[in-house]
Design a binder for this molecule. Structure first.
Ligand code: SF4
Length: 333
């Protein structure tokens, strides 16, 4: 993954934190531009959609001020705003665009002690141990290559937490995680798609082989693991693509995963904001909006029509029950 940045935009109070100081030294060779608020950088908000790829080369460093947890009912109890939002990669369907529009660049929040303290407190105060999804605003494995935040988080939560942490990723840089004292409290979820979709749509992410290898490694290191087949994109030859993907997963995943892991499946949603940015910033890219198979679901968002969804769901369930029979499908959404 190309993790080069060209400019750092920073809130000055970020340097009150150890991580802020570490990042100041690490990126001392780049131009640093002082900002008042990581949420409002007028010169970047004013950029054109076609500048999207350039915007992604900026790194924003600030202090997270809002810490509102959202209840969740899939693999976790809470979605937690954690150490980053936005991402250096450029998946054409990235859901973060709906929140941040073209300003979906990587923002790092340096007050990690405060965020982890809050999570541990919430876990301790609950009647039963809680599961926290910490990766819903970013890809934490990618972020970890800059901040080492997963080391900091996983080991302290293992010692002091009662419940679980979880995050999904599309990357393979798992080596720094393998020897951590995680005590089985971090659930690692790898997001997969056919290699042709990774090449054309998940721009800047790890290859399918690398993701499979990484998932085998974390399972071997004792982490509980899951597989996210997401987002399922119904390109014209989707049955071939996803049929081959499931076959490959069955062949190459270790028994630790095929016997103990679980599966989540999410069909792609898309929005007119993503479509506008992709049209201007990636004019030759594959067209994700399909008038025949998609339908509006309000506020400029689209999803696959019910008949297309039902066909995909039944196809995937059949193939998985045949080739990965011991892996439960937690949900298809
Ligand atoms: S890796 Fe995840 S967060 Fe990053 S661009 Fe892709 S979908 Fe968005």
């Amino acid at each position: 993954m190309d993790m080069r940045f060209d400019t750092v935009y920073y809130e000055p109070n970020a340097f009150d934190y150890e991580l802020g100081q570490m990042l100041r030294d690490k990126y001392a060779y780049l131009p640093w531009v002082q900002i008042e608020n990581h949420n409002r950088i007028p010169e970047l908000t004013a950029a054109d959609n076609r500048d999207f790829q350039k915007l992604k080369r900026h790194l924003i460093i600030g202090v997270r001020k809002t810490h509102r947890y959202m209840p969740n009912h899939k693999v976790s109890d809470w979605l937690v705003p954690y150490t980053s939002s936005g991402c250096r990669a450029m998946c054409l369907y990235c859901y973060l665009i709906c929140n941040y529009n073209k300003c979906a660049y990587l923002r790092l929040f340096v007050n990690r002690e405060q965020m982890l303290d809050r999570m541990l407190k919430k876990d301790a105060a609950a009647a039963v141990p809680q599961t926290f999804e910490i990766g819903s605003n970013s890809d934490l494995l990618l972020e970890n290559t800059i901040t080492d935040n997963l080391h900091f988080t996983i080991e302290r939560f293992a010692r002091e937490g009662r419940g679980n942490l979880t995050f999904p990723t599309k990357f393979d840089m798992v080596n720094p995680l393998l020897a951590l004292d995680h005590r089985g409290k971090t659930i690692f979820r790898m997001s997969v798609n056919p290699q042709e979709i990774i090449d054309r749509i998940e721009l800047g992410t790890s290859t399918l082989s690398a993701r499979i290898r990484a998932l085998n490694d974390v399972a071997e290191a004792g982490y509980p693991v899951g597989l996210l087949i997401a987002p399922v994109i119904l390109l014209p030859d989707w049955k071939r693509l996803y049929g081959e993907l499931i076959e490959r997963l069955a062949d190459e995943l270790s028994e630790k995963i095929t016997h103990n892991g679980f599966i989540e499946i999410i069909l792609m949603t898309y929005s007119f904001i993503q479509n506008a940015i992709n049209t201007d910033a990636f004019p030759n890219a594959v067209q994700l909006f399909n008038r025949e198979t998609m339908t509006g679901r309000g506020r400029g968002k689209y999803r696959y029509r019910n008949d297309a969804r039902a066909e995909a769901e039944s196809f995937l369930r059949k193939r998985i029950s045949r080739q990965l029979p011991a892996m439960p499908i937690l949900y298809i959404s």
